[in-house]
Design a binder for this molecule. Sequence first.
Ligand SMILES: Nc1ncnc2c1ncn2[C@@H]1O[C@H](COP(=O)(O)OP(=O)(O)OP(=O)(O)O)[C@@H](O)[C@H]1O
Length: 263
Amino acid sequence: MRKNAVVIRDLRVVRGGRPIIDGLDLDVPAGSVVGLLGPSGSGKTTLMRTVVGVQDKVTGTVHVLDAAAGSPALRRKVGYMTQDASVYTDLTVAQNLRYFAALAGVPAPAKAVASAVATVDLGGHEKQRVGTLSGGERSRVSLAAALVSDPELLVLDEPTVGLDPVLRRDLWTVFRRLAADGRTLLVSSHVMDEATQCDRLLLMRAGSLVADTTPDELLTSTGAPDAERAFLALIDAADVAAAADSGGRPGAPATPTHEETAR
Ligand SMILES: Nc1ncnc2c1ncn2[C@@H]1O[C@H](COP(=O)(O)OP(=O)(O)OP(=O)(O)O)[C@@H](O)[C@H]1O
């Protein structure tokens, strides 16, 4: 088995004419659940888009399952769930999943669709148009679309946002099971009790990795009583260090924010 599912060296990403990630190195161990945490705007989605190969203006090395990120060979091996549900509202749940299964060239699509529906607990909704589902149900269809090709690497951008605690718990059970089966999951989250379910935690601030740690190390190194306070302590420390480096205001961006001009 390979050691790392994702290997990134000296990654630089420019969006809207400004550097969003500037010199990031990262290894994501295969068969693990890796949590990606960081304040809003710190670059989590940008990093995920880079790993799945849909981000423009990327330099550096990004190897995913031993291939260059975005290679056609990775189409079935990498599942991506975007932050906003990216499914067709005028199609039913089953039609959406059959479509994504066909795109990925899944050999037994009916079985794959049934299994993805069961995994996200949407049994009984197969024939319902996605536009008529609740927000939480719609985001689970999006998750099922990422799962339908049974990928080796799952990149999930806030998969549990808007879900009730029972569903969140059940999905984390699924994530842990997928990792136990040898899959790798890169999962962004703002919910700190979810962070404690990860094998590793990556903490981003302003396009850099502030910490690459484990939930236990995070608590030990900060002396904080829980993950939320440990996270805040690390972010505050990083802000102070950045302010000392630049002589500026903690958390200030290196350059002014521009209007969206390029993906
Ligand atoms: N197309 C774009 N053009 C210009 N700037 C962009 C573009 N997309 C993202 N950015 C900027 O890049 C930075 C990182 O954005 P990104 O979406 O990666 O952050 P994030 O950590 O995922 O945030 P959140 O937790 O709020 O989803 C932000 O400052 C954002 O404004």
